[in-house]
Design a protein around this ligand. Structure first.
Ligand SMILES: Nc1nc2c(ncn2[C@@H]2O[C@H](COP(=O)(O)OP(=O)(O)OP(=O)(O)O)[C@@H](O)[C@H]2O)c(=O)[nH]1
Ligand SMILES: [Mg+2]
Ligand SMILES: [Zn+2]
Ligand SMILES: [Zn+2]
Length: 418
């Protein structure tokens, strides 16, 4: 049974139980009239008072008679890719809606299990830049290494990807600050990740829906603000916490006088975000043994391009992982983990790492750069002239996926593929 988690309200449902929305398209089926719009108070209630009255009128939502849905799913060998005729007008519709909030789900969203990845970090830590560069890398270099592909699902994700890619890779412009949730809920980013799978029953492909949120830093700046994201955080299968080294006092003191762009403002300390996050998750039953949260957390130091002068020339942070034979390399992950651990210990006497280790039972440390070089000194809102040259952006997500058994792993200390 495929379990679908609504990426808007996080209601969990079996795919077979999701209602449909009539598209109100005229097609002359039964010579009848097309359906007219109906007031969707469930959806309007979820979206809040900002929805104008006219927008509340939407295609009627219906739950197909049991026999119809079962027959369809049996015939088509799946539960959700199918269309079902509207009982009002007889025209088939593929559009599924969430039972609880009536948000429309992209038609291919319900065909596979979903994994929610929460992306958190202080303001200007690099979340929006990271997620766009990550998507691009997964589609290209990393996709090639694993024989995997990533497809944006639904119009809103496709449009945002297009706009962000044009800005970052063509116009060489950095993203604007993300708008806080008080100004309207930012849509989740929805992707279908397809990874080849070889098993006893032969080779095939495993599809997983990935849901990312690119929250505004100020929405994560305190326990109260974070409350808005509670459902999202507690539904997460994995968390990526970005730490901006340029916002840490001791790193700022250690950087050589440089001619790069001005250093960012110091925002919420990552330690506080981690502590608030752990408290939220514990309050939602994610506290495991000995009070530590069981949700896996990947903590990534961003903007590693600015740290070159503090690193050994052989540091693993200076090059991408090799992904030998399309596997996630545990030795390489551990080398990065230890390197970041010792850097953090040096920077703040290990306060952040200690806090993370006390709060989270599944933790791995990463270091990455989305741009590969600092923005030009004379144009701090621009991508470096050579375009983004990312280093290690994929590691945190791949670790979370490998952790869930969604990627082949080369175990630590072994040459062999597990
Ligand atoms: N040196 C360096 N700077 C970066 C990198 N990625 C982002 N930055 C800088 O960090 C700034 C903020 O990046 P964003 O991606 O907008 O950060 P954010 O976390 O989404 O910020 P909010 O949406 O306001 O929470 C950018 O304008 C760049 O100046 C990187 O890889 N290297
Ligand atoms: Mg942002
Ligand atoms: Zn919903
Ligand atoms: Zn209809």
């Amino acid at each position: 049974m495929t379990t679908v988690i609504c990426p808007y309200c996080f209601d969990r449902s079996s795919a077979a139980k999701l209602p449909y929305r009539c598209l109100m398209s005229p097609s002359g089926v039964r010579g009848g009239m097309p359906c007219g719009p109906e007031r969707d108070d469930v959806w309007a209630g979820f979206m809040g008072p900002g929805v104008p009255p006219a927008a509340r009128m939407r295609g009627p939502v219906f739950t197909p008679a049991r026999g119809v849905a079962a027959l369809r799913s049996g015939l088509l060998g799946g539960t959700a890719g199918s269309s079902v005729p509207c009982p009002g007008c007889g025209v088939s519709t593929p559009v599924r809606v969430c039972r609880s909030c009536h948000s429309d789900l992209p038609s291919d969203y319900c065909d596979q299990d979903s994994r929610i990845i929460a992306l958190v970090g202080p303001k200007a830590s690099g979340k929006s830049t990271y997620v766009s560069v990550l998507v691009n890398e997964l589609n290209q270099r990393v996709g090639q290494a694993y024989g995997a592909s990533l497809a944006a699902m639904g119009q809103s994700t496709q449009q945002r990807d297009r706009e962000m890619a044009e800005d970052l890779y063509e116009r060489l412009r950095l993203p604007d600050a993300t708008r806080p949730a008080a100004l309207g809920f930012n849509d989740p980013l929805l992707y279908r990740l397809s990874v080849p799978r070889s098993g006893r029953l032969g080779n095939g492909t495993r599809h997983t829906t990935l849901v990312f949120f690119d929250a505004a830093g100020e929405d994560l700046a305190g326990a109260e603000a974070m409350d808005r994201y509670t459902r999202y955080l507690s539904a997460a299968d994995g968390i990526v916490l970005l730490v901006d080294p340029l916002q840490l006092g001791s790193v700022r003191d250690r950087l050589p006088v440089h001619d790069g762009p001005p250093l960012p403002m110091v925002e919420t300390p990552p330690q506080q975000i981690a502590a608030d996050l752990a408290a939220q998750l514990r309050a939602h039953g994610k506290g495991g043994s000995r009070g530590r949260v069981s949700t896996p957390i990947a903590v990534a130091v961003t903007k590693s391009d600015m740290l070159k002068s503090l690193l050994d020339p052989h540091s693993p942070l200076l090059r991408n992982a090799s992904h030998p034979q399309g596997t996630f390399d545990e030795d390489d992950r551990l080398a990065v983990h230890e390197e970041i651990r010792s850097l953090l210990t040096d920077w703040d006497s290990g306060a952040l790492v200690r806090q993370l280790e006390l709060d989270f039972s599944r933790l791995s440390l990463f270091g990455l750069s989305a741009l590969g070089a600092p923005p030009p000194a004379d144009a701090p809102a621009d991508v470096p002239k050579s375009g983004p040259q990312p280093v290690r952006v994929e590691d945190p997500l791949l670790w979370l996926l490998a952790h869930r058994g969604l990627l082949p792993v080369r175990a630590a200390g072994k040459e062999r593929v597990k």
